[in-house]
Write a protein that binds this ligand. Structure first.
Ligand code: NAD
Length: 421
């Protein structure tokens, strides 16, 4: 089984700070603003004892980090994975601050995580763990305080358990305290596919800027979970030929194009894995990242585009479906090669945008059709893309630094108006 090479030598949070510093210097942001944003507002770490199916107790480490509430209640997903740690959750929380600001949402940033392997746990063990997390975070979460959502290793199912536990504790029915819920419990139509949809919209916007006809273009997508599978499907629906896909089991390449609906049917029957998919040639995840293609969509893990991979990358556009797929020292290499990198804080903001719509619908108690949700989403995403594109031209910088600049312009006003100094 091939797997992505995980680079551990660098702190993810330092990667956030490095980009924050570059963007702050370019726009001469007052030091006081940068200083405030360098530190998370709150970090919570808990130990969750859970009765496993064999009757034994296992204790899980879990985190919630609130990075900023300057522009509204904090918003951010909950990740279930073995490599969850404080540094990663801090970085992801800070990215949420910038992501919400770029997308012009009235939110700050947060993130949560539980160190566990959800694939090796039964459904009832996962339910007890999710409920234990909700109990531990009862004073942190709140419909106008801190609003979680799914991330890697979690979905509507976990959100439903957390919501139910939270509502039992508070004695109130507040569906807006969590987003990414199943539609039957107040979830929004269009939420499940929203992050992939945002990737698709950003990909189309970038192709337009380069005068490339989508129907004559190719894409490679890494990750076939929530973000990757919906992104691949939606890109294919735009006439883009998906020549390779990948998940934890490895990469799958077919220069004639992969039928994404067929691959989706395959994983649905194969424990959500592409393992054994025979309608494409098996390659490694590293080989996949350097295939010649118009679009490359890393939508699995962080730190996959290292300096070494960046040197060999042969695409025109990278749309970062995952959070933090590119290491800071790979950025200049990609920039020098003239590759457009649509950064994570813009490219994958479709999920939080529709999470915001879900929260708004929960507050109204009135629900939109999927077409309405998608239309509002696409509008917001195109506006955010244009703002970042224009800032990239104005400051003669990369889309990544331009996205931070776009976020900082908004955060600066919020922080100043609140009178923190
Ligand atoms: P997911 O758990 O649904 O899917 C993850 C995918 O990555 C799976 O296909 C898995 O097999 C694959 N993967 C895992 N290890 C791998 C490896 N070593 N090599 C190659 N592939 C591997 O997760 P997701 O929700 O799709 O999230 C993916 C990324 O997108 C994460 O970085 C997450 O933070 C980010 N993201 C998710 C959302 C969302 O709404 N779900 C929103 C914004 C950003």
């Amino acid at each position: 089984m091939s797997s992505i090479t995980q680079t551990t030598h660098e702190s993810m949070y330092e990667a956030v700070l490095a980009r924050l510093n570059t963007a702050s210097q370019l726009i001469n942001l007052p030091d006081s603003i940068t200083e405030v944003l360098r530190y998370p507002q709150k970090e919570v770490k808990v130990s969750l004892p859970v009765v496993m199916d064999n009757g034994k107790i296992k204790v899980f480490e879990a985190f919630r980090v609130i990075h900023s509430t300057h522009l509204g209640p904090s918003k951010g997903g909950i990740r279930y994975a073995m490599d969850v740690n404080e540094d990663e959750v801090k970085a992801l929380a800070a990215w949420m601050t910038f992501k919400c600001a770029v997308a012009d949402l009235p939110y700050g940033g947060a993130k949560g995580g539980i160190k566990c392997n959800p694939r090796q746990m039964s459904e009832s063990e996962l339910e007890r763990l999710s409920r234990a997390y909700a109990k531990a975070m009862k004073d942190i979460f709140g419909v106008n305080k801190d609003i979680p959502a799914p991330d890697m290793g979690t979905s509507g199912r976990e959100m439903a358990w957390i919501l139910d536990e939270f509502n039992k504790i508070t004695g109130e029915d507040s569906p807006g305290v969590i987003t990414g819920k199943p539609v039957g419990l107040g979830g929004s139509l269009g939420r499940e596919a929203a992050t992939g949809r945002g990737v698709m919209v950003n990909a189309l916007q970038s192709l337009t800027k380069l005068n490339i006809n989508p129907k004559q273009s190719t894409a490679v997508v890494q990750g076939f979970g929530n973000v990757g599978s919906h992104a691949a499907r939606l890109l294919a629906e735009q006439g883009i030929k998906i020549i390779a896909i990948a998940d934890a089991s490895g990469g799958y390449y077919n220069e004639k194009g992969i039928d994404i609906h067929d691959a989706l049917n395959y994983v649905a029957k194969n424990n959500r894995s592409l393992e054994g998919y025979s309608k494409a040639t098996k390659i490694t995840n590293e080989e996949l990242l350097v295939l010649p293609t118009d679009l490359l969509v890393p939508a699995a893990l962080q730190n996959v585009i290292t300096q070494e991979i960046a040197k060999d990358v042969k695409c025109k556009i990278i749309v970062e479906g995952a959070n933090g797929p590119t290491l800071p020292d790979a950025d200049p290499i990609l920039n020098d090669k003239g590759i457009i990198v649509v950064p994570d804080i813009l490219a994958n903001s479709g999920g939080v945008t529709v999470s915001y719509f879900e929260w708004v619908q929960n507050k109204m108690g009135y629900y939109w059709t999927e077409e309405e949700v998608n239309q509002k989403h696409d509008e917001k995403m195109k506006t955010a893309f244009e703002k970042v594109w224009n800032n990239a031209q104005k400051y003669k910088t990369s889309m990544r630094i331009a996205a931070y600049i776009t976020a900082l312009e908004k955060l600066q006003l919020g922080i100043k108006m609140k009178g923190h100094f």
